[in-house]
Design a protein around this ligand. Structure first.
Ligand code: FES
Length: 336
């Protein structure tokens, strides 16, 4: 049977399904409890059981001592309720509360998504997970101390691997390496999570997601997270690229829109090629959005793309009534 859990001191409540760990259920409800390894070895998810009883079907995890257990401490990544619970644990509210860490990752899969976009899947060392919020990014640390930033494209609940989308920048040293030399099994050192771009889950405003090029990556993470935690606010996704071949995962937002009534997707090309036979929308992505929704006072906007796109969108959307503090953005130069 399922059990109710009350978090103190915030008063948030959620339900844990049979066989589910407390932490997994909290994340599924959009509540962010601290964690790291998710395997019972690091202790980062420790909190107190104030009332009720938990059990560890896999045996008591190694990061929980007898003494800690005796005074009511629990490791919520492994603990499953035996009864309804009240627990005391720090709840994180903002991306800035997560401390970045440096760690090695292994490239386990490389996929070509478009003529100039590759998707890399990175695996963390055994018993390590990276806690992050949808919208945040990691830096890849190069040998000479320089770094290259990439948004995480998978949602935090699905954190077995890290997904990044790399666009090939002509003459770019690192992206040239990714396209010409990088092989599966290579090691990349990363630091993360970084940045404060994340979804305001307390808000009830309808959401507009504005992506330019591989700015689709953090938008993908946010939408997948929103679907996972059951956010039912309308979500309008506008994805702007040059030509049809640049819509490198077009089928995915189309699927979200066909499976969820509250999700809408509009791809926009700025320079369609003659062989694109494009009958969809054309122009700058934020101008197309303004044609559809000319008054934005009720909305909030999450925008990810190159700085020039973000600056123009911000200026024009605010002029159309969007409150300035409801424009959240991740402006990035393409990593070279
Ligand atoms: Fe490491 Fe639970 S997250 S012990």
């Amino acid at each position: 049977m399922s059990y109710k859990v009350l978090i103190e001191p915030t008063g948030h409540e959620f339900t844990v399904e049979p066989g589910e760990a407390v932490l997994t259920a909290a994340l599924r409800h959009g509540l962010i409890l601290p964690y790291s390894c998710r395997s019972g070895t690091c202790g980062a998810c420790m909190g107190k059981v104030v009332s009720g009883e938990v059990t560890y079907p896999e045996g008591r995890p190694e990061a929980l001592s007898d003494t800690e257990e005796a005074v009511g401490q629990a490791l919520f990544c492994q603990a499953q309720p035996n009864t309804d619970l009240s627990i005391e644990v720090r709840e994180l509210r903002e991306a800035g509360e997560l401390t970045p860490r440096t760690m090695p990752t292994r490239v386990v899969r490389i996929e070509d998504l478009a003529h100039d976009v590759r998707r890399l899947w990175l695996k963390l060392p055994q018993n390590e997970r990276l806690q992050y919020l949808a919208g945040q990014y990691i830096d890849v640390l190069l040998r000479d101390g320089r770094r290259r930033g990439f948004s995480l494209a998978n949602p935090p609940h699905d954190d077995e691997l890290l997904e990044v989308h790399v666009r090939h920048v002509p003459g770019g040293e690192f992206t040239g390496y990714v396209f010409n030399e990088l092989k599966e099994k290579a090691l990349l050192r990363i630091e993360g999570p970084l940045g404060t771009f994340s979804l305001d889950e307390e808000s009830d405003r309808p959401i507009i997601m504005l992506a330019g090029g591989t700015g689709f990556a953090p938008i993908k993470a946010m939408v997948e997270h929103a679907i996972y935690v059951g956010i039912q606010r309308p979500i309008h996704i506008y994805w702007g690229v040059r030509a049809r071949r640049d819509l490198y995962l077009d089928g995915l937002p189309r699927r979200w829109a066909s499976e969820h009534d509250h999700i809408h997707y509009v791809p926009v090309l700025s320079e369609p090629r003659p062989d694109d036979r494009w009958e969809g929308r054309v122009g700058l992505v934020h101008n197309v959005l303004l044609q559809d929704i000319p008054v934005l006072s009720r909305y909030e906007v999450y925008a990810a793309g190159p700085p020039a796109m973000i600056a123009a969108a911000r200026r024009d959307l605010v002029a159309h009534g969007l409150p300035e503090d409801r424009f959240f953005y991740d402006a990035f130069e393409y990593s070279r």
